[in-house]
Design a protein around this ligand. Structure first.
Ligand code: 0RA
Length: 643
């Protein structure tokens, strides 16, 4: 490469761009923790999905390699390799080194990727210690490698292709350990997202391989997702363990102003609704205009049908949207040429024209569906009538429970040992399992900022009861009043009294069960708490080892062995096993579990709402077989508790 091209104006612009990305990675991919790490994969896959949506690719493979790199390959047209006019470099190099260059190479009517962080594959390149691209097109195989985003030499034409060889792109990247806190890709995280992408883009086949470890029979772990039925199959998947009220999934699609709309829905006997809205394949968790249009039309069509057929006699007035959505599973997917993402996490669709398009399509097509399927329509209306009756009973109970302002501290539960600070930013609430752990925690805590609420072992399984019953439960009411922010639709995250809500449960199966019960409650009735990252679990050590006046805590058997081996030189030592929090004396509890200096807390987040939803309905619902299977599949890695 000549000096001239190496330091040309284009090249300097490239280096400045890469430097900006490496300096502030979070601005481009959200964070540098595990979430950001997985984002790198999605960024590359999005490009392949675009290629698929343009009709040029139907096979995408994601491989987690043994050395923790990831390879994404597709059978699309291949990233162009011809010389780019402005940069006078191969297009492949430009796409991989210039911010936001990707989209400018094609006159695709629009790209579907590029929603949430949608920053382009050059950002992945900048944040990888190495990236290798291989492109098959124009009769040859081309290769180019990069380090920290900068080209290593020039693009090379590696060999000519056989005539029958397919075109495609293969990108392998090694995330930069100077940038990321971890390079530990999670199979289940990737599989949830790739499965979701396969549902949202029917016909695309996505394979996920994990070459880091083999199964017992010496095989590589591999899953393939391909759904001809698209979001119809997504709804069936979500309802796998629910009792459905009608066999067919109701499905519509429409296209208007170049905006594609798809809706799939099916009513179930569940108490929880499960509605997931996507825009350009992004899970719009904060909702937006597509969801509003859906809800408005649904409420209107169901009430119209109920009124016309005299089905609403038992309630006075109309059904609310919430009544109607009880137990409804739905997926709404729109693809928009220019999506506007708003909201705190940029997951709220803002385009105002979408509302009317979704509402109009739903109104017309659901109306017709109801006329043609009166049994289904009637079942949906009668279920909503039941929900309306329960809602009215719950309203009465709820008014007694809700804590209106932080001043009414007299209404705090008697069992709560509150902290002195009233600043939620500093305040922590330990929800401790059992009276003995609760008692120890009350003695152990730092009362300035740590509150303790003991709860009786197994709290109510909220997955199986409506709000009126849930609110009759003392443990649940205590949690609601202590947290102080209401419940359900009335929940207001700004009113929480503690920004750390810490589940203090034992490190055994019972503890895991109680944690899951609490999480189910938070997930169903205080979801913003989880979304805001306010929920934590303690991770108390299993062993305490004393040697020559020092104490060492071990979280696992392996850690205990390591300490005995390395610190104590294999000498006989005093090893204490903690069976439960209740068995620690207050001093030990403080040292191991409560003292912010030493303790290990695990933050619980809802990465993937659809996966969490399914997990809770499987774990906490009625069907026994799927639950056993689910626990069998997930318990070994203890991943199921991680939502
Ligand atoms: C720009 C233009 C064209 C294809 C692509 C980008 C492309 C990018 C990626 C990234 C991963 N896989 C990909 N496949 C294709 C089209 C160029 C043409 O007209 O052939």
């Amino acid at each position: 490469m000549s000096q001239e091209s190496e330091y040309g104006a284009g090249q300097i612009q490239v280096l400045e761009g890469l430097e900006a990305v490496r300096k502030r990675p979070a601005m481009y991919i959200g964070s540098t923790d595990a979430r950001g790490l997985h984002h790198l994969v999605y960024e590359v896959v999005d490009n392949s999905i675009d290629e698929a949506l343009a009709g040029h690719c139907d096979d995408i493979t994601v491989t987690i390699n043994a050395d923790d790199s990831v390879t994404v390959s597709d059978d699309g047209r291949g990233i162009p390799v011809d010389t780019h006019d402005e940069y006078e470099r191969p297009a492949l190099e430009v796409i991989l080194t210039v911010l936001h260059a990707g989209g400018k190479f094609d006159n695709k009517s629009y790209q579907v990727s590029g929603g949430l962080h949608g920053v382009g594959v050059s950002v992945v390149n900048a944040l990888s210690e190495r990236l290798e691209a291989e492109v098959k097109r124009d009769g040859a195989v081309f290769r180019h490698a990069f380090e920290a985003g900068e080209p290593v030499g020039d693009m090379e034409r590696a060999r000519d292709m056989d005539d029958d060889e397919e075109t495609g792109t293969e990108v392998t990247f090694w995330p930069d350990t100077d940038v990321f806190e971890t390079r530990d890709f999670s199979f289940s995280t990737l599989s949830n997202r790739l499965r979701e992408l396969a549902f949202l883009n029917s016909g695309v086949r996505i394979t996920l391989r994990d070459e880091r470890q083999e199964t017992e029979d010496g095989e590589v772990i591999e899953e393939t997702y391909e759904y001809e039925g698209g979001i119809r199959e997504f709804v069936e998947y979500l309802n796998e363990t629910r009792s459905v009220m009608h066999d067919d999934v109701i499905y519509f699609e429409d296209e208007d102003q170049n905006i594609q709309v798809e809706v799939a829905m099916q009513a179930t006997e569940d108490l929880q609704g499960s509605i997931h809205a996507f825009a350009n394949n992004i899970n719009t968790r904060e909702g937006g205009t597509h969801l509003t249009g859906f809800k408005t039309a649904l409420t209107r069509v169901v009430n119209d049908y109920g009124n016309e057929n005299n089905l609403l006699g038992d309630i006075d007035g109309n059904l609310t949207g919430e009544d109607i959505r009880e137990g409804l599973t739905a997926v709404i997917s729109v693809k928009h040429p220019d999506p506007q993402f708003e909201g705190q996490t940029k997951t709220k669709l803002g385009n105002s024209e979408v509302r009317g398009i979704v509402e109009g399509a739903m109104h017309e097509q659901l109306g017709t569906y109801f006329e043609e399927h009166p049994d289904t329509a009637q079942a949906i209306v009668l279920k909503a009538v039941e929900a309306a009756k329960a809602r009215k009973a719950a309203q009465k109970a709820e008014e007694l429970t809700r804590r209106k302002s932080a001043l009414e501290s007299t209404s705090l539960p008697g069992k709560l040992a509150d902290c002195q600070t009233k600043d939620p930013e500093e305040a922590e609430l330990f929800i401790a399992e059992g009276d003995s752990a609760g008692g120890s925690a009350k003695q152990a805590r730092n009362p300035e900022f740590q509150a303790v609420l003991p709860i009786k072992g197994k709290i109510l399984n909220v997955e199986k009861h409506r709000l009126d019953r849930i609110l009759e439960n003392d443990e649940i009411r205590n949690m609601i009043t202590a947290i102080g922010a209401g419940i359900g639709d009335e929940f207001d995250i700004d009113d929480v009294r503690y920004k750390k809500i810490i589940m203090a449960t034992d490190a055994d199966v019972d503890g895991a069960h109680i944690r899951t019960l609490m999480l189910t409650f938070f997930y169903r009735h205080m979801r913003p708490l989880l979304e805001g990252g306010y929920v934590y679990a303690t991770q108390p050590p299993l062993y305490r080892i004393r040697y020559r006046g020092e104490t060492y805590d071990a979280m696992t058997d392996a850690e205990r062995d390591e300490i005995v081996e390395e610190v104590c030189d294999g000498n006989p030592t005093q090893v204490q096993r903690f069976k439960g929090l209740g068995e620690m004396n207050p001093e030990q509890l403080w040292e191991t579990t409560m003292n912010p200096e030493n303790r290990i807390l695990k933050q619980i987040t809802v990465e993937d709402a659809a996966a969490a939803d399914k997990m809770f309905s499987v774990l906490m619902g009625d069907a026994v077989e799927p639950r056993k299977q689910f626990i069998k599949d997930h318990a070994p890695e203890a991943e199921w508790i991680d939502i």
